[in-house]
Design a protein. Sequence first.
Length: 323
Amino acid sequence: PGLEPELGLEPELEPELDLEPELEPEQEPVNLCTSEESFDAFTDLKNGSIFAFQGDYYYELDKFSVVSEHPRLISDVWGMPGPIDAALTRVNCEGKTYIFKNDSYWRFNNGILEDGFPKLIKDGFPGIPSNIDAALAVPASSIDGNERVYFFKGAFYWEYLFQNQPTQQDCAASSTSIPFSRYTNIMDDSFENFFLSIFGVPSRERTRGPYTIRRGWRGIPGSVDSAMIGKLYFIRQFPGTRRKKPKKHSRRKQRGRWWGQQSSSQDADLYSLLPSQSVYFFVRDKYYRVDLESKRVAHARPSYPRSIARYWFKCADQMLMHE
């Protein structure tokens, strides 16, 4: 047998210091005009404000630039630490906002977190994966239809159909949703076919997919960082246009629960215009405008992609308004 090692004196232990662990310093906001860092989410809230989320912070935008007193910490206002994964605001009379992070989501009504949240994505959105990259909410295609949301992760996307819609009583008790009113102010019977064409007739399936982004949305890269519904344009109809002008019907009160109010018809000149819905996709420091009906990148000059800093944060000599 080998020799036992010699036993020496045990080393003196250093006294333990009763110190609280240091918290990691919060990430400083980046320079929006020079950074190439991507944005985690863009969404327009019920009051019409546009919010951009990046890292630990979020920014409120108006038509000129970032609103004063921004950026602000996400944790100070929204109740969870940044960064988040995605955000969306439903395009209906209530206009509730959803924030997604990891395997959970939070729901806000007029900026106030609702009871019972956060919840698991797999429970609230069955068939949708965790850790999504982006979410894009679109309105229903008819008065009694259901809204949809597209979820994006990696090279794929899913289409989800909301099952529960607000009732007329819910709409009457809710304050006005500015993004939703843009549709109610021009919607009536004669435009219903156009809205069906733009927003599509959803499948009865609650969740569909996954589909590849490159095949489903032509002209944008294979993955995206964030997405947001854009403006509803009206394009004047020219001879030879494929889409036919809608027939004028007698005006009647809409009773569907989708709108929650009587829609107002426009002057006869409006019937010579064709509605076109745009959506935005954000990839690193650039963005794309896409026509929702064709799901193709819009043709414009300058062409897309364009600089987020220049067109959304006005980092240029000229005060440009984003499309």
